[in-house]
Design a protein around this ligand. Structure first.
Ligand code: APR
Ligand code: PHB
Length: 390
């Protein structure tokens, strides 16, 4: 098999890239390790920056998002037993975020690729990358019981943190930066109405809590839990009890609880591969970086990577110039590091760390009070929350 761009990984990054390339007349093949059902069953975050929404419309997958997504003009910070609203629309002169689950977005992308006859091979095993630093890179894998070789002009590594693409860059060509937190988020999805039409990030002495939603009848809640906790050790009633203790009283009283339909724990960590390009191989999305979920930047960063990478590939196929491709890593990392900074700042400000000193706790509270009392601090927060410009 032969293609112009071989895309490893059929998550949102790989599927969006393949969709945009197709709209620009560039051929691609996506190879995905999991089944389509598995990929579309994963529950992930759901707050889309304005730039993400624009990209999805540009990729002609914005219709359902425009119909069903929830536009949020503000974000709530739960602190000192109250919810303090930050008017992100007012602070940014008109920008908003849209709440729309990553699961739905990925489904829209799979549907769009299917409709236009896109080549998406799922349940592909043993993917290996070869000669990515040459003019003729290729990938081998097993597909439907047969060995397959795919030759390509470019390889896009969109295969998440554990995928093989990043490992194809020699260690001497990439610096990897890691940070892990001694806690994670226990998330619950429930068929209950959201407690408020606003995402609420709460800081409490017992730990962080987050109220979010997917629709009028589907809610998503999280609580900070120590590393090593397992989702199975948390019964629904233990979860709801702990969530209620952490939320401001008025929110706790209004909270409607119900059986969980999904419950899982995500560890909190940050990771950046500082070099997203080696020869004809380009990394995008979680393959190149992970952010802690505070601020919901993971998916949005994957989309901004795809913005830069698709522009560079389209420019190459239109003009023959490799300038944008050569600059891809630097350009994308510039925005990635700034977004990692914001995610870390939010994480540090809102969580209770088991090893923080009384002094650090006081500073943390002062940081929240400063945010809630300063127009300049709110504007800075809002500017990052709606997404830095591409
Ligand atoms: N071969 C083929 N595909 C692979 C392999 C492999 N060896 N290893 C991993 N993959 C696939 C995974 O099964 C997954 O579907 O790559 C895909 C990567 O998708 P995501 O993990 O969703 O990452 P990405 O597309 O970069 O999207 C980033 O997803 O994890 C969240 O926080 C993240 O919201 C952000 C978004
Ligand atoms: C979610 O809705 O799942 C969500 C919202 C905000 C975050 C993270 C996740 O920061």
């Amino acid at each position: 098999m032969k293609t112009q761009v071989l895309i490893v990984g059929g998550g949102p990054a790989g599927m969006l890239l393949s969709q945009i390339l197709d709209l620009n007349g560039i051929d691609s093949i996506v190879i995905e390790r999991r089944s389509r059902e598995y990929v579309l069953g994963r529950i992930r975050a759901g707050v889309l920056e304005e730039g993400t929404v624009k990209m999805l419309r540009r990729a002609e997958v914005g219709d359902r998002l425009d119909r069903e997504g929830y536009v949020h003009e503000s974000v709530g910070i739960g602190f000192d037993n109250e919810v303090h609203s930050i008017d992100i629309m007012g602070c940014t002169g008109g920008s908003v975020v849209t709440v729309y689950g990553q699961t739905e977005l990925t489904k829209d992308l799979y549907d769009a690729r299917e409709k236009s006859g896109g080549k998406v091979l799922t349940e592909v095993e043993d993917v290996q990358l070869f000669d990515v630093d040459s003019e003729s890179p290729y990938v081998t894998c097993n597909y439907q019981g047969e060995a397959l070789r795919i030759d390509a002009s470019f390889v896009a590594g969109c295969d998440g943190f554990h995928g093989p693409s990043r490992k194809a860059i020699p260690p001497s060509h990439v610096n990897e930066y890691h940070l892990s937190y001694p806690y994670g988020w226990l998330g619950v999805l429930s068929e209950t109405p959201p407690v408020k039409h606003e995402v609420i990030y709460t800081s409490n002495d017992l730990g962080f809590a987050l109220c979010s939603m997917r629709s009028d009848s589907l809610s998503r809640y999280y609580i900070q839990v120590p590393s090593g906790n397992q989702a199975e050790q948390w019964s629904d009633s233990a979860f709801w009890g702990e969530l209620k203790r952490r939320l401001p009283e008025a929110v706790s009283r209004a909270l409607v609880t119900g059986p969980s339909i999904e419950k899982s724990i995500a560890p909190l960590r940050a990771f950046v591969a500082d070099n997203l390009n080696y020869g004809k191989l380009f990394l995008a999305g979680d393959a190149g970086h992970i952010v802690p979920p505070t601020g919901a930047k993971g998916l949005n960063l994957a989309v901004s990577d795809v913005y830069y990478l698709s522009n560079a590939l389209v420019d190459y196929y239109k003009t023959g110039s490799e300038d944008l491709l050569s600059n891809y890593s630097t350009t994308a990392l510039n925005r990635i590091w700034k977004t990692v900074r914001f995610s870390l700042m939010c994480t540090r400000m809102l969580h209770i760390s088991p090893d923080s000193t009384p002094f650090e706790k006081k500073i943390q509270q002062a940081e929240i009070r400063y945010l809630l009392s300063s127009a300049a601090a709110k504007t800075t927060f809002a500017e990052n929350y709606v997404g830095l410009p591409y």
